[in-house]
Write a protein that binds this ligand. Structure first.
Ligand code: TRP
Length: 326
């Protein structure tokens, strides 16, 4: 049976783009495969950051993942740095990773440009990612398009290790999320915290509406009487994610015929979003009220993950002629 692994960085509050593009898919997949979902705090320290903020964001993200539907009775959710075998395997993988492959990674080149000083950890980021996945010998990795190159590198690492020390690691494949790229409320860039074009997954109804109300729609629709083009409208794209098929068809017709203004369309979207988001906010509040439940769920995830990780490391060290752990 295929094993699933995916990771998410605690780099800020989870927004509906992360939810639709990743976490919602994870919540579905957990019922079909043994699954590990990891808050990758070791990845988050590869760029400038604040320790107190990292601590808070790691906890908030874990809470949000459970609220969004990851079930600790079904899958394994944990924080990366609580399982030290991730960095142990990463060191080992550094020795079978060609430097040229790391330098070619587009995400490295992008991020390096934005740093005052580029540290070696940023270059080696994809090696840690390969270690995350292969530590659990996972072969299915639900990710977005932007991670495809990192997964190619994971396969190179698995192949190189296997060729040198014996067949052991599977070659992990990306499982691309069905939802296409979520565009931000500015109607231009991909939804991302740094672009300030998001709606937070745990924002309340009023905040959600305040964000949605001024969102950019079809730029050619200047007056309410202008017919709109749902196919180019990012608000309509959100209907695609939150509204049922009948509502989507209805909204599209009213937009094309200018029977509705954008505000009418947004109100219907807001109602559909509320239906999906209210239970998530409620679960989040319940976990905030009972922090021990969050700690317990994460501790369970760590315990399970660590047992699996130790087995892998024992095999790897033995195959490589390294001494076993003391
Ligand atoms: N690099 C991934 C991202 O930025 C996060 C990540 C770290 C990850 N380790 C992983 C994703 C392992 C999938 C599997 O989205």
């Amino acid at each position: 049976m295929s094993r699933v692994f995916s990771g998410i960085q605690p780099s800020g509050e989870l927004h509906i783009g992360n939810y639709l593009g990743a976490v919602k898919n994870w919540a579905a997949i957990q019922h079909r495969h043994p699954s590990f979902f990891c808050v990758v705090d070791y990845h988050a320290i590869t760029v400038a950051y604040d320790p107190a903020q990292l601590r808070q964001r790691t906890r908030d993200l874990a809470l949000t993942l459970f609220a969004a539907g990851l079930d600790p009775a079904v899958c394994h959710v944990f924080v990366q740095s609580t399982v030290p075998e991730h960095t142990e395997l990463q060191w080992i993988f550094n020795t079978v990773t060609p430097l040229g492959e790391l330098e070619r990674q587009t995400q490295f080149k992008d991020k390096a440009q934005r740093q005052e000083q580029v540290m070696a950890g940023l270059l080696n980021y994809p090696v840690l990612q390969a270690a995350d996945i292969l530590l659990y010998r996972a072969d299915v990795v639900p990710v977005g398009e932007d991670q495809v190159q990192h997964l190619e590198l994971s396969r190179v690492i698995a192949r190189n290790w296997n060729a040198r020390f014996g067949e052991y690691f599977p070659e992990p494949q990306p499982l691309l999320t069905p939802t296409r790229r979520i565009v931000g409320l500015d109607g231009q860039a991909k939804m991302s915290k740094s672009m300030q074009n998001t709606i937070g997954l745990l924002d309340d109804a009023e905040t959600t509406w305040a964000r949605l109300r001024p969102a950019v729609t079809d730029p050619q629709r200047v007056r309410k009487t202008d017919p709109g083009r749902p196919e180019v409208c990012n608000v309509f794209a959100l209907h695609g994610a939150f509204s049922d098929a009948a509502t989507q068809a209805d909204v599209a017709t009213r937009c094309r015929t200018a029977a509705w203004g954008c505000m009418d369309c947004k109100k219907v979207l807001h109602e559909a979003m509320e239906r999906e988001l209210v239970p998530i906010r409620t679960r989040a509040q319940a976990l905030r009220d009972e922090p021990q439940r969050l700690d317990d769920a994460l501790a369970d995830g760590t315990r399970y993950a660590r047992a699996a990780a130790r087995e892998t490391i024992a095999h790897v060290k033995d195959a490589m002629g390294l001494a076993p752990a003391g």
